[in-house]
Design a protein around this ligand. Structure first.
Ligand SMILES: Cc1cc2nc3c(=O)[nH]c(=O)nc-3n(C[C@H](O)[C@H](O)[C@H](O)COP(=O)(O)OP(=O)(O)OC[C@H]3O[C@@H](n4cnc5c(N)ncnc54)[C@H](O)[C@@H]3O)c2cc1C
Length: 392
């Protein structure tokens, strides 16, 4: 039996998914979080599991792997605990991406064509098909594609279900325990320091989300993961009005933009509870968590262009969070070249919920010396965007 001791640093969805995979493989796992499970970014985002917003490349391959794994993971957890599985609220509802300008039409069609070549189902919708699929959507749409492989989960429910499964497989949780430093012997990390003590480990996995940059600096091997702020509006329940994940094709450009200035695009979806989540914004403002009315207005204006019916609906609340951002927009997965046995599993930006289960599977494969399900070179720690110096 593999009794390698692993400290998973962070009990967000990435840490939870990693803890589950590793404990199922027989690793002796301790999950350490300074707060509560799913108390970080995982409970401050939406739960889209998307292939539609990623162009061909490593991130899309990870999205495909994750899309394949999600229903299996849900079924496995259902065998252990049916109510935990139902709290994941896994819904393979599909996504619809629309263009509303002539320029956007060409860009969306070219994007969909490239994705189809990479094995993604991207199906053009006629105006009639679109009206049937989304009756409340504006008719002022110049092109639309249906992505049947897009899905949705409830992020905090999913993270807690993954963590619960890890605990059933022997993992232990130390909530309310802040990691303040590393124990290093002969150039290897052999554990982490926590207030008043230490936790010994053979392997440490940094899954601290937007704080992964700060945490890695504390461990002596800084990586350039920074927060990218996002806000979401939540309406009162209006079941059946928005049926798919629907977004404007300009969202893909906002995701990939390098500017720290405000980017907004219309991203709309309903939840099992009937509420509608309206996003999205992107800003680099450090860890400033103030909700800005002008950002909410900009999001709402764009969403209303897609769904005019939302104009009469009450907004119940707004919230925001920090995406774990890396300059080249790719996750970080692998062993740190500067400190042996320190691994990073982070930097998923606005896709960490969806990508969590694929990331965890790859981590398990890498740690057990199994052939990974996909090539992981593009996620390596040893790349300029990750090892870049970041001002504190
Ligand atoms: C507005 C918004 C919308 C989003 N929508 C989507 C979406 O639709 N689909 C999608 O896939 N993703 C989405 N995301 C992104 C997604 O939420 C993140 O990629 C994901 O939650 C990251 O998970 P994580 O486990 O890496 O980080 P977190 O959930 O932040 O977990 C990190 C944990 O580390 C802990 N920690 C930090 N420092 C320490 C320390 N020193 N010691 C101990 N513990 C520590 C924290 O307490 C925290 O619990 C969205 C994000 C935002 C902000």
């Amino acid at each position: 039996m593999n009794r390698t001791r692993v400290v998973v640093l962070g009990a967000g969805i990435i840490g939870a998914a990693c803890a589950r995979e590793l404990s199922r493989a027989g690793f002796d796992v301790v999950v350490v979080d300074r707060g509560h499970p799913a108390g970080g970014t995982t409970s401050h985002g939406e739960g889209n599991v998307l292939v539609s917003d990623k162009g061909p490349g490593a991130e899309l391959e990870l999205a495909k792997l994750s899309a394949l794994l999600w229903p299996r993971v849900v079924a496995e957890i259902a065998d252990e605990d049916a109510s935990a599985a139902s709290a994941i609220e896994y819904d393979p509802k599909g996504g619809i991406v629309v263009a509303t300008t002539g320029e956007g039409t060409g860009a969306l069609a070219a994007f969909a064509e490239a994705q189809a070549a990479a094995g993604i189902r991207a199906e053009p919708l006629s105006p009639k098909e679109l009206a049937i699929a989304e009756p409340a959507l504006t008719r002022a749409v110049t092109a639309a594609f249906h992505y049947p492989e897009d899905a949705q989960v409830q992020p905090a429910g999913a993270a807690l279900a993954l963590l619960g499964s890890a605990l059933r497989h022997g993992a232990r949780l130390r909530a309310g325990t802040e990691v303040v430093g590393a124990i290093v012997r002969n150039g290897r990390i052999t554990g982490v320091r926590v207030p008043g003590g230490r936790i010994e480990a053979d392997v440490v996995v940094n899954a601290a989300g937007p704080w992964a940059g700060q945490v890695s600096a504390r461990l002596g091997a800084p990586i350039a993961v920074r927060p990218r702020r996002g806000e979401v509006l939540v309406t009162t329940p209006m079941p059946g009005v928005v049926r798919h994940k629907v977004y404007d094709a300009d969202y893909v450009g906002a995701v990939g933009a390098d500017s720290g200035d405000l980017q907004t695009s219309a991203v709309v979806e309903s939840t099992w509870a009937g509420t509608v989540l309206i996003g999205s914004s992107r800003r680099r403002v450090g860890f400033d968590d103030a909700i800005r009315p002008e950002v909410l207005s900009a999001i709402a204006v764009k969403a209303l262009r897609l769904f005019p019916a939302l104009a009469d609906v009450a907004v119940m609340r707004a919230y925001g969070g920090f995406r774990p951002y890396v300059d080249d927009h790719l996750p970080v997965l692998g062993e740190d070249p500067r400190l042996a046995n320190l691994w990073h599993a982070t930097g998923h930006e606005g896709a960490g919920i969806g990508l969590s289960v694929g990331t965890a599977r790859l981590l398990r494969e890498l740690l057990t010396g199994t052939e990974p399900a996909m090539e992981v070179e593009e996620f390596t720690v040893d790349r300029p965007a990750v090892l870049a110096e970041v001002a504190a």
